[in-house]
Design a protein around this ligand. Structure first.
Ligand code: CA
Length: 404
């Protein structure tokens, strides 16, 4: 497409809207605005025009301004009170110090379109050059109520300091990465991004959702907003909830039922494990015969565990390790005297067990020694002695409820 054709035929340029759906209201709350060029009843995406580095920034600004004006007019005409997500590169924003966009928005504000309904999407890619200038401009925009989203987050995770500095309202996570990264890697990236979002008060928006698996992933990972072909393709009209490809409410209802069932199953397992230990508590003869006591217990956890030991409430290991490498349990007396209080949540868990007199199960984590993913079941034998039963990964893997 010749860039001059585009700029010279603005009457052929129209916005397309991709619906953005809220996890809270299960409704369309806004639209990402995309550019389309219409010629002889055929439409073409303007993506390549905007990505072409040869096209002067001034051209792009002109076309984008035109699309934005049409989009806001569409919203006003249709009495639509949703948000508009607009894509802008740093270079585009820098043209004329970003005044064109601001002026347009100020004009429309007088016609009843509030500034806080605009969300500017900038990409991490743009942080590489002139970050301070971009950051200052976005801060300036924010004083008018304009919102900021970081687009394509998670492609690389090296920009956490800069994302923090911008304090965006929204982080847009590209769900495509679930397909391209291995899932454990992406799970870890997601974990850091969720923490970051939580700390800076940003909402997570998952985009490019293409199937049920990805929608479920987005829901499970705290996505407040969803976007993608699975929900709605870009459309010339401002779609409402009834025009979405699926009933988001019933989808989420199914996820909730499934999640509750898995949690319930996990609690049943936890209770069974507690019963196994309680059944042997009468054999507890104090710390002098501590290894004999674990020996009895080890037969109860043959299936589930590969390592068991007992600590006091300061995290000091007061028993040997019971360690199963092949079929038999082996004793590792050397481990006695280790201190585990430094481990995350260790003391928190010990105090909870002591106070509530209940067993507990840790999150999944990577074991220091085996490098395998494990979970630890722990139980208060007395108010001073705590049993730790490390559950092997193959057992976790066989029981889906232990994977969540
Ligand atoms: Ca975008």
């Amino acid at each position: 497409m010749d860039p001059l054709d585009v700029v010279g035929n603005l009457q052929k340029v129209r916005p397309a809207y991709q619906s953005i759906v809220s996890a809270i209201k299960h409704d369309v709350i806004g639209y990402e605005v995309l550019g389309r060029f219409y010629d002889n009843n055929e439409s073409e995406s303007l993506g390549s025009f905007f990505l072409d580095e040869e096209v002067p920034e001034e051209f792009k600004v002109e076309v984008d301004q035109h699309i934005l004006q049409l989009a806001i007019s569409d919203m006003l005409k249709n009495d639509n009170s949703g948000y508009l997500f607009i894509n802008r590169t740093a270079k585009q924003l820098m043209v004329n110090d970003g005044e064109d966009l601001l002026e347009t928005l100020l004009t429309f504000e007088q016609r009843g379109f509030a500034m806080n309904r605009i969300i500017i999407e900038v990409t991490e890619h743009d942080f590489d050059q002139e970050f301070d200038k971009l950051s200052n401009l976005l801060l300036y925009y924010k004083t008018y109520g304009i919102q900021v989203a970081i687009d394509h987050v998670g492609a690389k995770s090296s920009n956490i300091d800069r994302i923090r500095q911008l304090e965006p309202h929204i982080l847009k996570i590209d769900t495509k990465h679930i397909r391209t990264h291995n899932s454990e890697v992406f799970q870890d990236i997601m974990y850091s991004l969720s923490m970051l979002a939580h700390r800076i008060g940003a909402a997570l928006l998952f985009e490019n959702i293409e199937d049920d698996f990805q929608l479920h992933f987005a829901w499970k990972n705290g996505g407040r907003y969803y976007q993608g072909h699975y929900l709605a393709r870009p459309h010339v009209e401002l779609l409402s909830k009834d025009s979405l490809s699926l009933d988001i409410g019933s989808k989420v209802a199914a996820y909730i039922q499934r999640e509750k069932l898995l949690i319930e199953q996990r609690l049943v397992i936890l209770t069974e494990w507690e019963h196994k230990v309680k059944g042997l508590l009468s054999k507890w003869e104090g710390t002098k015969k501590i290894d004999e006591f674990i020996n009895l217990l080890s037969h109860q956890f043959n299936e589930e565990s590969f390592r068991m030991f007992i600590c006091d409430s300061d995290g000091l290991q007061i028993s040997s390790n019971f360690r199963k490498r092949e079929k038999e349990w082996e004793l590792e007396p050397r481990k006695k005297g280790s201190n585990w209080a430094f481990r995350p949540y260790f003391l928190e868990n010990v105090m909870q067990m002591k106070t509530l007199n209940r067993g507990t199960i840790s999150d999944i984590y990577s074991d220091i020694e085996t490098k395998e993913m494990v979970r630890t079941f722990s139980f208060p034998l007395t108010d001073k002695h705590f049993l730790f039963v490390d559950i092997r990964y193959s057992y976790i893997y066989e029981n889906e409820c232990l994977l969540i």
